[in-house]
Design a protein around this ligand. Structure first.
Ligand code: ZN
Length: 163
């Protein structure tokens, strides 16, 4: 497929997830753990709730608001990890980070997620795309934690002006 056609396809996939988000819900029955994430550089907010049954993600939901990249990435992330094992979810998060760093498609089939590969060229947008995965990992980490206080993850590891 020609590069321009591929970019059109990727844009269509991203917009489709943005306009018709999968697993978007403010509540998840029987949620085992959840976390909130924010990307202050862009104003993106994501909440991820997970119901874990026997080391599998039985159900997952996300909420929040933000740019099309952040919301589409959350929709894609939930589509990929839903029904899978916790190990697969962690592997997915690692594979996504590699794709963002290297700008190469993931070795394993990650479905629509490959459509976000173009984001790798734009460091500020990488934070938008990564937010859902960071928030998922935070939610999964909360599962084994006794700390039941509010948990928040942020992509803002550095000051906004040192890019
Ligand atoms: Zn954003």
């Amino acid at each position: 497929m020609a590069t321009a056609d591929l970019e059109d396809l990727y844009r269509d996939i991203i917009l489709d997830h943005y306009r018709r988000p999968r697993n978007r819900s403010t509540e998840l029955d029987g949620a085992t753990c959840s976390a909130e994430g924010s990307n202050p550089l862009c104003g993106d907010q994501i909440t991820v709730s997970v119901r874990i049954v026997d080391d599998r993600i039985d159900a997952i939901a996300f909420g929040g608001s933000g740019c099309s990249i952040s919301q589409a990435s959350a929709s894609m992330m939930t589509s990929v990890v839903s029904g899978g094992t916790l190990a697969a979810a962690h592997e997915g998060a690692a594979a996504f980070q590699r794709m963002m760093i290297e700008g190469e498609p993931p070795a394993e089939d990650m479905g629509d997620i490959e459509a976000l590969i173009g984001v790798a060229k734009f460091p500020a947008r990488v934070k938008c795309a990564s937010l859902a995965w960071k928030t998922l990992e935070q939610a999964l980490a909360m599962r084994d934690s006794t700390d039941d206080g509010a948990t928040t993850v942020t992509t803002d590891e550095r000051s906004p002006h040192d890019d």
